[in-house]
Ligand binder design. Structure first.
Ligand SMILES: NC(=O)c1ccc[n+]([C@@H]2O[C@H](COP(=O)([O-])OP(=O)(O)OC[C@H]3O[C@@H](n4cnc5c(N)ncnc54)[C@H](OP(=O)(O)O)[C@@H]3O)[C@@H](O)[C@H]2O)c1
Length: 263
């Protein structure tokens, strides 16, 4: 496992396990597979309605002596008071643009250590990546693999663009083949090598393992340049501010409300 150092101390695994749209017994089984595979970082949020399941499984692993709490890195969405009262070690932001991050940096009592934003092949946001580097903020890419099931569920596509399905993109497939890896592994590695942590979500046992095997190869400059060329800027964005109305329509399942910080 590789790690990113946090400016307030500690370190964040460069790979974690995403849990958006995963609940119930399927998530419980998947978390056990993820822990057995070696994942030690887990991403959740109140709006995912799955924190209690994650808490239950992690507690079982701790009680059984298979992991310690110190080995685990849990990302959820909380505030400054949680650091002050000792409930969390570090705080971060999510779905913030540069202007919004700067406003926080100018006004906060506790500096954010991390930023969790959409970032993938078609939406690479190099300015945000650079801004985070300069300001010592670890960037966590979400929807690194293109959020296929969510796009299908919500009947949405890229932002006004007709783009090939991300994991079927010819250039990505070629780079992956060159290294004897799958497109998902090559894409996660690409994002890692661009300086970001990744938190792919999967409830498919083989993919949970596949997504973990990304530290045994390295993309070269040619690969990195070819993949950087696939950035579509705003046209490649999937998650948009206007989606909030759609989330309301989902009702009791209560999809994530963090999106309201976009733009
Ligand atoms: N802060 C925020 O606002 C925010 C927003 C969105 C997401 N997130 C976090 O980021 C995590 C990841 O993002 P995401 O869930 O939107 O999308 P993602 O990880 O890009 O994609 C998940 C989808 O890809 C499939 N998949 C996973 N591994 C694969 C592989 N190796 N090959 C082919 N398909 C694969 C999964 O299917 P199966 O499960 O069927 O395998 C699932 O449909 C979330 O789970 C959540 O924790 C945060």
């Amino acid at each position: 496992m590789e790690f990113f150092k946090l400016r307030s101390g500690g370190r964040m695994p460069a790979l974690g396990y995403g849990t958006f749209l995963a609940t119930g017994i399927e998530l419980e089984k998947s978390l056990n597979i993820a822990l057995e595979t070696g994942y030690r970082c887990f991403d959740t949020a109140v709006g995912y309605n799955n924190e209690s399941i994650i808490g239950k499984v992690l507690n079982e692993w701790i009680s059984a002596g298979k992991v310690t709490r110190e080995e685990l890195f849990v990302i959820t969405k909380k505030m400054e008071e949680q650091v002050v009262n000792g409930r969390t070690k570090s705080i971060g932001l999510s779905n913030f643009n540069i202007k919004q991050i700067q406003r926080i940096l100018d006004n906060c009592k506790i500096r954010p250590d991390s930023l969790q934003n959409e970032n993938h092949l078609y939406f690479q946001a190099p300015e945000v990546v650079q801004f985070c580097k300069i300001n010592d903020i670890v960037l966590i890419s979400y929807s690194s693999l293109g959020m296929k099931s969510f796009r299908e569920l919500m009947a949405i596509s890229w932002n006004n663009k007709q783009l090939p399905e991300m994991l079927e993109n010819d250039v990505l497939v070629k780079v992956a083949k060159k290294h004897g890896k799958t497109p998902a592994q090559a894409l996660l590695r690409f994002i890692n090598q661009n300086g970001m942590s990744v938190i792919p979500k999967s409830t498919t046992p083989e993919r949970i393992v596949e997504n973990f095997q990304i530290f045994d190869f390295k993309l070269d400059t040619k690969d990195m340049d070819a993949l950087r060329n696939l950035d579509e800027g705003e046209g490649g964005r999937i998650v948009r501010f206007t989606m909030i109305k759609k989330f309301d329509a989902v009702g009791d399942e209560g999809l994530d409300v963090e999106f309201d910080e976009l733009e």
